[in-house]
Design a protein around this ligand. Sequence first.
Ligand SMILES: [Zn+2]
Length: 151
Amino acid sequence: MASKGTIKNTLKLDLDQRQVWSFFCPLCAVSRRITGSAQPGQPMHYVQVGLCALMFTLATFKWFQFKGMVSFLPMWIVFEVAYRTRVRARVRCPDCGFDPVLCLSDVDRARKEVEDHWKRKFAEKGIPFPDQNPVKKQADQQDRPTPPNQP
Ligand SMILES: [Zn+2]
């Protein structure tokens, strides 16, 4: 029977073996920690998809015989798309809505996503969202030339 300390050590060892990303959100500076690899391709992934392809082959053996093992390729494509989608969803900051992947491809859309996130947060709290960024508004007013004094 495993003692409590053994289970704790095993869990710690398991966490140490996994790849851990530890970083700060570039927008709100919150500490983030994500476990797992960004790309599929661990030996366990090949075993899982291979077993699925084997089951498909056995289930459809009557029609496809051993050619059913070709199903490994479309199953791997579906698996990889689902895996990468899940990783991408985890990378997005839950506090400020910053999406680094979207920021790399389309900065304007990433800004819009962050603004939408804050609009949703303000709406949840029942606070009206400011029409314009107060800092930007102040800077705009300072840039304007002062009107001449009229007699
Ligand atoms: Zn953030």
